[in-house]
Design a protein around this ligand. Structure first.
Ligand code: UDP
Length: 239
């Protein structure tokens, strides 16, 4: 296996249905099966989940104070974390949810050293509540937690897009998929992979980001075993 410990970033939308339902049992079931297959390899996994299926702070909180809208978004990620925990446990995985905003009735508070113990014991740790700060995103939370747990890579899951392209592959059949990119290329070309704060954090620490299609059966396994799938963002000059 190429990676022993990873931080998987899931968008909130992956948990919902196309008709706008907040949770789709088909979608959460499909995610859980792919995660369970990946876990069979012995990989240690932390997960950060977004909230796009429920709430998008800045855009949805029209007229609302930005920080308040963002706190609502963070709470929504806690709801998603619980839904994901339920789906993962129903396929037999051991999990813990830790939250950046404390709601100790439903989840543990985020304690880094405790998270590390859970990971060592094979539990999937779902980090809810983003970074716990407004004006940040769950992409940044993924980069931050990835660094804190000493992950070998951030796995940036996409839905039906198998990497980073130079144009929208759904619109342009000639769009080209990058096999690898440097962090600086992502930033300077403004490629829509993850937000710039998150890319910068990964860049500073040299934490690789792998972009792949999580709904393609076996794709995450291929990423973990080092097959050339998706797009890897890393330091191109220091391989
Ligand atoms: N959020 C925040 N701080 C964080 C993480 C998230 O304020 O550290 C809020 C922000 O309002 C964001 C929302 O939570 O819009 C949901 O997260 P995001 O949009 O990143 O979810 P995704 O697009 O991945 O589903």
């Amino acid at each position: 296996m190429r990676y022993k410990r990873v931080l998987l970033k899931l968008s909130g939308e992956f948990l919902g249905a196309e008709d706008g339902k907040v949770f789709s049992p088909e979608a959460t079931g499909a995610l859980a099966r792919e995660i369970a297959r990946a876990k069979e390899t012995g990989v240690e996994m932390g997960i950060v989940v977004g909230a796009g299926n429920i709430w998008r702070g800045a855009r949805q909180g029209m007229g609302m104070d930005r920080a308040t809208a963002d706190y609502i978004g963070m709470l929504a990620t806690v709801m998603n974390s619980l839904a994901l925990q339920d789906a993962l446990e129903s396929v037999g995985l051991e999990t813990r949810v830790q939250t950046a905003l404390t709601i100790t009735e439903v989840a543990e508070p985020y304690i880094r050293r405790k998270a590390l113990r859970h990971l060592e014991k094979g539990r999937v740790v779902i980090f809810g509540g983003g970074t716990g700060n407004p004006f940040f995103s769950t992409d940044t939370a993924a980069a931050l937690r990835g660094l804190e747990i000493g992950a070998d890579a951030v796995l940036m899951a996409k839905n039906k897009v198998d990497g980073v392209y130079d144009d929208d592959p759904r619109q342009n059949p000639n769009a080209h998929r990058f096999e690898e990119l440097d962090y600086m290329e992502v930033l300077s070309r403004g490629l829509q992979v993850m937000d710039a704060t998150a890319v910068s954090l990964c860049m500073e620490a040299g934490l690789p980001i792998v972009v792949f299609d999580i709904f393609k059966a076996g794709a995450m396994l291929d990423v973990l075993s080092g097959k050339e799938v998706g797009t890897i963002i890393h330091r191109k000059d220091r391989r």
